[in-house]
Design a protein around this ligand. Structure first.
Ligand SMILES: [Zn+2]
Length: 712
């Protein structure tokens, strides 16, 4: 490729070019290259995917070389503090192309895009994309990112694995287009998306950044060759950053709001090198669109955008006073999602982060002094006013009205019932409503008052970053038991293996596969394991390695097991439930149909509670059905049941993040909402199981969250 030869040359003369940068730009601006477009600038927007600012030499990283980008910086404007709202590709491009905060999941009807504005004002608009996220074939199609582009290059192969294409293919398309479009009568707007340095990192994240720099170099060389360079506004940014393991996060992006995930490069090189400076203030991704339109002389309704033109800062105004707002949805490492703001106060740049739904995560960093966000200042009494200011910013952003079109892309599968939302508010699950720990960790506790029960103290330990990391491969937990609140046995998909987890030791694979159910014996010394056509005992005293056959092999198909405090074993079969004593003798048969053992609980007196068709049936130890209850209280259906040591029945609901507690007579004693909510879809994160051991209540959801409550 021609540009590769040029790259070698440019490396050889790199330092000389560096020194001459300003001068050369100045000369050619007044030199022979002429605009074909009657003075209106061409616009080239280049967006590599998942490129965090702090991994670039121009942002202080010294381990790679990016000569093309450095040249842009020397001849243009570098924005030191540019932030995206959400570290997510879909969301981020919605904001970039609409200049608005509140679009997401593709563009919305009625939102006029950057390309539409430019096209209507006489530009030829062309887009090149490298991953399926940006295909215009999204549903509904009019919400796709191709809207407003005269030409939108989207390789059909992007719809199939691996859903992305190589940089050089995209660049070849761009160079080909530039060659073919030499004689365009209009100025052009060219948008180029590259998938690198997004994972997989081949061979490394750093190497992929150097590849991106090479693509930029190729494009710049072509612009020069075609005498287009001097009349082109070049804009370089990314859709979000990348964690690279910082702050204990798994690799990737999307869950935390630390700078590595939301701070992106923003570099603009203007025609004729008209502006060259460093902008040291807070700017936002949504400001890029109005800045481009402003510079291109395209009229737009300022009120229709949340973003603001950065031209004043580009021209030297150092008092923009912008506030950057951020949010993420829930994830396995961060259960409820986060809100955050970045703003300036007395020449400091503060970054405040809090839980989206409660304020149990609260962090405050000062970015000029602490760019790596190591020192959480949220408890610093001298900064109380700053924290208050930050919370007001968050509250104000949360209150901004959404436009009526913004929920058209897809319907949430389940909405949380109105009365439960009210209950949620009443319990203080709103920003600022709940006492918060100073630092996000697996050890903090949060208190929830339950009127008639007392107080449950809450701790969220599984979404500790270490859990997220170690379970980040395809494994995910499906069922959890513990005999002592110390050793946790977890059935994990996909191979239904058992993991032993202890807080200070992490995970250990017990190398037992195909486990469909797991039940601790009441003596705490062994676990009963159900596998395909085999039930066996796992002896915990001997390190959990010794197994012996329990002789229950004939009881199949077995849907699950439970034990009671007298060490009776309950074997759930398709249309009946067998009660066996310690010797393995069947002492009772209940004619009942229950899909699995999560819908079965047994109290200290051997009464049975069964979740059947949205209500709870209570059966006596003698096999008599005593009563049914809960139908009107449990509107979200039943996911899982357990009885505590006092004989109260705890019911985890299926379609709401709610737990209802009944006494032994079926009278409702209390209700609470646990903190697992997917705000994007306005629904709870689907739950899996409620489990009680001694005074501890465990709730596991399908985002690998385990919420631990202890009853005070
Ligand atoms: Zn992305």
């Amino acid at each position: 490729m021609k540009c590769q030869r040029k790259r070698q040359n440019s490396l050889a003369v790199g330092m000389a070019a560096l020194a001459l940068g300003f001068l050369m730009g100045f000369i050619s601006a007044n030199g022979a290259e002429k605009s074909r477009s009657g003075g209106r600038p061409n616009i080239l927007l280049i967006v590599p995917d998942a490129l965090r600012a702090k991994q670039l030499p121009c942002y202080g990283y010294q381990h790679i070389r990016t000569s093309a980008l450095d040249s842009m910086v020397r001849n243009g404007v570098l924005f030191k503090y540019c932030f995206v709202k959400t570290p997510d590709t879909d969301d981020s491009f919605s904001y970039l192309f609409s200049g608005q905060w509140f679009g997401s999941e593709g563009l919305k009807k009625g939102e006029k895009t950057l390309a539409q504005y430019l096209k209507e004002d006489g530009y030829h608009t062309v887009g090149f994309i490298s991953s399926n996220n940006l295909m215009s074939l999204k549903t509904p199609p009019e919400n796709g990112y191709g809207r407003g582009f005269d030409e939108y290059f989207q390789d059909e192969a992007l719809a199939r694995p691996p859903f992305q294409r190589k940089n050089e293919k995209t660049t070849a398309d761009i160079l080909g287009w530039l060659d073919r479009s030499k004689n365009l009568s209009k100025p052009f707007f060219l948008f180029a998306h590259y998938v690198d340095p997004h994972s997989p990192y081949e061979p490394s994240y750093d190497a992929e950044i150097e590849k991106i720099d090479h693509e930029l170099d190729c494009i710049v060389e072509k612009l020069k060759e075609l005498a287009l360079y001097e009349n082109t506004l070049l804009v370089f940014t990314s859709d979000h950053g990348e964690s690279l393991g910082d702050h204990g996060s798994p690799d990737g992006h999307g869950w935390f709001l630390y700078a590595e995930q939301i701070q992106v490069p923003l570099i603009m090189k203007f025609p004729g090198n008209r502006y060259a400076r460093l902008v040291d203030q807070v700017v936002r991704h949504i400001d890029i669109m109005p800045t481009i339109l402003d510079f291109a002389g395209v009229k737009f309704e300022k009120k229709s955008m949340n973003g603001e033109s950065l031209l004043p800062a580009i021209e030297g105004n150092n008092k923009l006073g912008l506030v950057s707002y951020h949010s993420t949805g829930p994830s396995r490492v961060c259960p409820e999602g986060l809100n955050g703001v970045i703003f300036e106060d007395q020449n400091r740049i503060y970054h405040y982060i809090q839980g989206r739904f409660s304020s149990r995560y609260r962090e405050l960093f000062e970015l000029r002094e602490d760019p790596d966000e190591i020192h959480n200042l949220v408890e610093n009494p001298r900064l109380a006013a700053v924290v208050k200011q930050a919370q007001q910013h968050v509250a104000r952003f949360r209150l901004q009205p959404k436009t009526s079109d913004q929920k058209t892309s897809s319907e949430p599968p389940q909405r949380i019932p109105r009365e439960k939302l009210e209950a949620l508010k009443a319990l203080g699950y709103v920003a600022g409503g709940t006492p918060a720990p100073s630092k996000m960790s697996h050890d903090f506790l949060m208190q929830i008052r339950l009127n008639s029960i007392g107080t449950v103290v809450y701790s969220d330990f599984i979404r500790h970053p270490e859990w997220g990391k170690s379970l980040q491969d395809s494994r995910s937990p499906r069922k959890l038991v513990t005999v002592d609140n110390d050793r946790f046995y977890i059935i994990s998909e996909p191979r239904q293996t058992i993991f032993l987890f202890r807080k200070n030791e992490g995970f250990r694979d017990l190398t037992i596969e195909g486990v469909t159910d797991l039940v601790p014996c009441s003596d705490g010394k062994s676990l009963v394991i159900v596998r395909q056509k085999r039930i066996s005992l796992l002896d915990l005293e001997r390190g959990g390695a010794d197994r012996k056959d329990a002789g229950l092999g004939k009881l199949f198909p077995c849907l699950g097991l439970r034990s009671d405090p007298r060490n009776n074993l309950y074997v759930l079969m398709e249309k009946r439930l067998l009660k066996m004593n310690e010797e393995g003798k069947i002492i009772r048969t209940y004619e009942v149909s229950v899909p699995d053992s999560r819908l079965l609980a047994i109290d200290g007196e051997e009464n049975l509670y069964l979740g059947v068709l949205g209500e709870i049936q209570k059966w006596s130890p003698g096999g008599v059905r005593l009563q049914s209850f809960g139908r009107s209280e449990l509107r979200g259906g039943i996911c899982s049941l357990a009885v505590d040591s006092k004989g109260d029945l705890w019911v985890l609901e299926k379609d709401a993040p709610a737990v209802t507690v009944f006494d032994r007579n079926g009278v409702k004693k209390g209700f609470f909402i646990y903190n697992s909510y997917d705000e994007k879809w306005e629904r709870p994160v689907p739950c899996l199981q409620l489990f009680i051991c001694l005074d501890r209540i465990y709730i596991m959801d399908s985002w690998e969250g385990i919420f631990v409550y202890s009853l005070k």
